[in-house]
Design a protein. Structure first.
Length: 249
């Protein structure tokens, strides 16, 4: 069984965060992205993770509190935190430990149930990742509704262009952002370029994800997106949010 399908299959065994540990009301990820974009700059979501099935190991020596403090000082617009435990070494506790920060927190996980959405809210997340390639449209609709109902937002991600049809059916919700992941989660392979470039007339924020580093920045259409989600290159100290700030100025 493919890794991602296995993770989804094991969601029923996840330990959920049932106690409300929020320390503030949700902050809008959309507003943070739009505010930066209106300044003619590229928004940056900095990601914290300990490892990944693609082979990444976090050797930065930074725990989540230290990492968040560092990237906020470097001008990040939002934080993404991996909460999947078995393959990424994450937990809801990682969000709880930093949930008082003044920038939006994206819970990045393989969310498939409303109970997982509630766990994200209870932990202090402001937005929740949903992966359109692996979720049927009725589940996407149910989950985006549950997320919106709690005052949070959904970052609906896809890699397969065929998933855009599903996203079109939930994107009318003003609490939805769209994310394009350059990594095929079925094979874990990274595409060389960027086969999806968003329509300039779109009315929702669009985020480019995965494989964004010093060696690829020249070849990627970063200016076509409102923001980028970057983990490994920032964790490894190869780039900073400030170094990307003027890309689409």
């Amino acid at each position: 069984m493919k890794t991602v399908e296995k993770i989804y299959g094991e969601n029923k065994n996840r330990v959920l965060q049932k106690e409300d540990r929020r320390s503030r009301k949700p902050i809008s990820l959309t507003h943070a992205i739009r505010k930066r974009s209106e300044q003619g700059e590229l928004a940056v979501i900095s990601e914290f993770k300990r490892r990944s099935p693609s082979g990444f190991i976090n050797n930065s020596g930074l725990e989540v509190e230290d990492y968040v403090k560092k990237v906020i000082s470097l001008g990040t617009d939002a934080i993404s935190i991996l909460t999947e435990p078995d393959y990424f070494g994450g937990s809801y506790e990682d969000i709880i430990r930093v949930n008082a920060i003044p920038v939006p927190i994206l819970m990045k996980d393989f969310v498939s149930t409303e109970d997982m959405v509630q766990s994200g809210y209870n932990s202090g997340a402001d937005a929740v990742l949903l992966i359109a390639d692996f979720l049927p449209v009725d589940t996407l609709t149910k989950l985006t509704g549950a997320i919106s109902g709690l005052g949070m937002e959904s970052l609906v991600e896809f890699h397969s262009i065929s998933s855009l049809d599903k996203i079109d059916r939930v994107i009318n919700d003003k609490s939805v952002l769209i994310g394009y992941n350059r990594r095929d989660l079925n094979s874990l392979k990274m595409e060389k370029g960027c086969k999806y470039i968003p329509d300039a007339a779109r009315t929702y924020p669009c985020i480019l994800e995965s494989g964004i580093g010093p060696e690829t920045m020249r070849d990627l259409p970063l200016g076509s997106f409102d923001g980028v989600l970057i983990g490994e290159s920032i964790l490894n100290g190869l780039i900073t949010p400030k170094s990307l700030r003027k890309v689409n100025a």
